[in-house]
Design a protein around this ligand. Structure first.
Ligand code: 3IO
Length: 344
């Protein structure tokens, strides 16, 4: 008995001692080994989620003096759109960039930013999302470290045929996800759900006649070649998160953690500003390159389109209440945050 116990203790000692040593953080960059991290993203390298990824990578590598090196994987080469959260939890990647609209139920609380509450642009939407996350710290992110969040610019309809009225949109196959999909349904479109990374093929093959998202994709995915019409609705944003595997985070030196935490809000605002400018550029580019027509709704049309969306927020409230969330408080907070950041 005694011998067996000693053997067990000895084995535990030998197995676990090196592990303990390794995870002990060192705060001296000059002596420390370089920390290698992988960062997965789902769309192509030229698109905004990957542009912000490269910016974050550069800033972290610079600010840690090369102590941290980040290997980026755009285009779903390491993790695909819908696998992002679980892939990071399971440590298939250290870091992943995900769009919350692709798993609407999973990210119910933060997807409230996709309700039709009038977020005017990406910079405001990004800051509203980041504040909402930090106030409520939803369970859906409890297994990871959240490095930053940001939102797209408001969504508009890009289509192969002109959509000038609610009549024109009835039954048209249009692609969207999450909160934006609910909006398309309310307008009477035949909403088709899929991640952005699957949309180029769906447009090419004619599975969909257009899409509903932020307009920088007209340039970055070259959708303007197929979608010669844009109907300006300026409705909802898509919320994104960048998450890190919790064990990877726990193993980082304090100095590196501090640099990443200082970068969180800065990255959120940087991405918002980049997106808003890039949307303006992409609209001009689309007009110049493919003579894309930008259709504006009249004020009375806008009223009519918005009236169709009136029940969406109430539906979210009853769904969220059913899950035990303080749904009315969340919506009130959102309205206040939108006002606050829109004034700045
Ligand atoms: C998006 C997703 C990937 C690349 C560029 C993008 N621009 C806007 C989005 C939002 C989104 O996730 C979507 O599915 O429309």
């Amino acid at each position: 008995m005694k011998k067996a116990a000693i053997l067990v203790l000895w084995t535990l000692f030998v197995v676990f001692l090196p592990g303990c040593k390794k995870s002990e953080p060192t705060d001296q960059p000059s002596q420390a080994k370089v920390i290698q991290l992988t960062y997965a993203n789902f769309p192509p390298a030229s698109t905004f989620p990957c542009v912000q990824m490269e910016r974050w990578k550069e800033e972290v590598e610079k600010r840690t003096g090369g102590q941290v090196k980040i290997q980026t994987f755009p285009g779903g080469t390491l993790l695909e759109a819908k696998d992002m959260m679980d892939g990071v939890i399971n440590n298939q990647a250290d870091i992943g960039c995900l769009c919350m609209a692709y798993q609407p139920g999973r990210f119910l609380l933060t997807n409230a930013t996709s309700l039709p509450l009038g977020i005017p642009n990406s910079k405001v939407g990004s800051q509203v999302l980041w504040d909402l996350y930090n106030k409520y710290k939803p369970d859906s992110f409890s297994e990871v470290k959240v490095l930053t969040m940001f939102a797209t610019a408001p969504s508009n309809i890009m289509s192969k045929k002109a959509i000038r009225s609610l009549d024109d949109v009835q039954g048209v196959d249009l692609r969207a996800s999450g909160g934006a999909a609910q909006i398309l349904k309310a307008w009477g479109a035949n909403q088709v759900g899929m991640p952005m990374s699957a949309t180029p093929e769906a447009l090419q093959k004619g599975v969909v006649q257009g899409l509903f998202s932020s307009l920088e994709v007209m340039k970055d995915f070259n959708y303007a070649e197929l979608c010669r019409y844009v109907t300006m609705t300026d409705t909802v944003i898509y919320p994104f998160a960048v998450v890190m595997n919790q064990k990877t985070w726990d193993g980082l030196p304090d100095s590196v953690k501090q640099i990443m935490e200082e970068l969180a809000l800065e990255q959120c605002v940087w991405t918002g500003e980049y997106m808003d400018q890039h949307v303006r550029d992409a609209i001009e580019w689309s007009k110049d390159t493919y003579e894309v027509e930008v259709i504006e709704l009249t004020p009375s049309q806008k009223e009519e389109w918005n009236r169709r969306l009136e029940t969406i927020t109430d539906e979210w409230i009853s769904q969220a209440k059913g899950k035990g969330l303080p749904a009315e408080e969340i919506v009130t907070d959102l309205k206040t945050l939108i006002q606050t950041y829109s004034r700045q």
